[in-house]
Write a protein that binds this ligand. Structure first.
Ligand SMILES: Nc1ncnc2c1ncn2[C@@H]1O[C@H](COP(=O)(O)OP(=O)(O)OP(=O)(O)O)[C@@H](O)[C@H]1O
Ligand SMILES: [Mg+2]
Length: 262
């Protein structure tokens, strides 16, 4: 794939980025020479073994940390720190416990000082999308894990971030809730086409959600493959049982497990 940062359509680009951590006076290469490119409106997955640097990569792309070498560009400009253009959803539930569901979703919009009517409109729309309209006045502690994660996703999307970076957001959920969250996220993407980069251990999840999947090697993480997921745009959960889906899933599993440990 062309890695020309000037490709008009590219939203976020990492060019030859590496990350070296120093702990107890010893250097540890967490990630080496990573090149990735996410196009506008694209849904891209990243899979890789535990400790290969997936969260590190997301933090660099979010501007929360700096690469030891290489650059990250957002909209053709070098990223110099975190900003409102990037939304993050983490594995844990990171809602504000003292705010209601509604206030949590409105948070970013309130900070931006948008007109009250605009905020209400947006919050109402996302409450409907995530199916929690009746829970608008609840506090996070009154919600289930899946409900909290739906609110976290709505809060990130309501802010209309340039890119939504998601780090294993569903890994703590039970299998059934996880599947319905996958379906919901894919439906939101179909509807609103946000640019999404989604990190997961779960190959099935990455294949179901993404248009394209990067496969990382074990530490120090490098990009082993960049696989186009040739599946229909309209996706329902039964797609996971089709021969086409299974073939793609196995192909990615094979790439992932063909790890010579370099
Ligand atoms: N702040 C830090 N200081 C030192 N080392 C770190 C730091 N953050 C991460 N690392 C190391 O970098 C490597 C990659 O960590 P990272 O969390 O990015 O992996 P990961 O792919 O997200 O793993 P998992 O799938 O388990 O979440 C690990 O060996 C980890 O110990
Ligand atoms: Mg991680």
């Amino acid at each position: 794939m062309a890695l020309n940062a000037r490709v008009a359509n590219s939203k976020i680009v990492a060019v030859h980025i590496s990350k070296v951590y120093t702990a107890k006076k010893r250097e540890m290469i967490a990630m080496r020479d990573i090149n990735i490119e996410i196009l506008r409106n694209e849904f891209v997955g990243i899979v890789g073994p535990s400790g290969c640097g997936k969260s590190t990569l997301l933090r660099l792309l979010a501007g929360l940390d700096e690469p030891s070498a290489g650059v990250v560009q957002l909209n053709d400009k070098v990223l110099r720190g975190p900003g409102p253009d990037l939304g993050m959803v983490f594995q844990g539930y990171t809602l504000f416990p003292w705010m209601t569901v509604e206030k949590n979703i409105a948070f970013g919009l309130t900070i931006k000082k948008l007109p009250r009517e605009r905020i209400k409109e947006t919050v109402d729309r996302y409450l409907a999308i995530i199916g929690l309209t009746q829970f608008r006045s609840y506090y996070p502690k009154q919600l289930s894990g899946g409900m909290k994660q739906r609110v976290a996703i709505a809060r990130a999307l309501a802010n209309s971030p340039e890119v939504l970076l998601m780090d294993e957001p569903f890994s703590a959920l039970d299998p059934q809730t996880k599947s319905s969250m996958q379906l919901l996220l894919r439906q939101i993407w179909q509807l609103e086409k946000p640019t999404i980069l989604f990190v997961t251990h779960d190959i099935e999840e990455a294949v179901f959600l993404s248009q394209r999947v990067y496969v990382m090697s074990s530490r120090p993480g490098t990009i082993k493959a960049n696989e186009l997921i040739k599946l229909p745009n309209e996706r329902t959960l039964d797609l996971k049982d089709t021969p086409e889906f299974i073939a793609i899933r196995r192909q990615i599993e094979a790439i992932l497990h063909d790890d010579d440990g370099d």
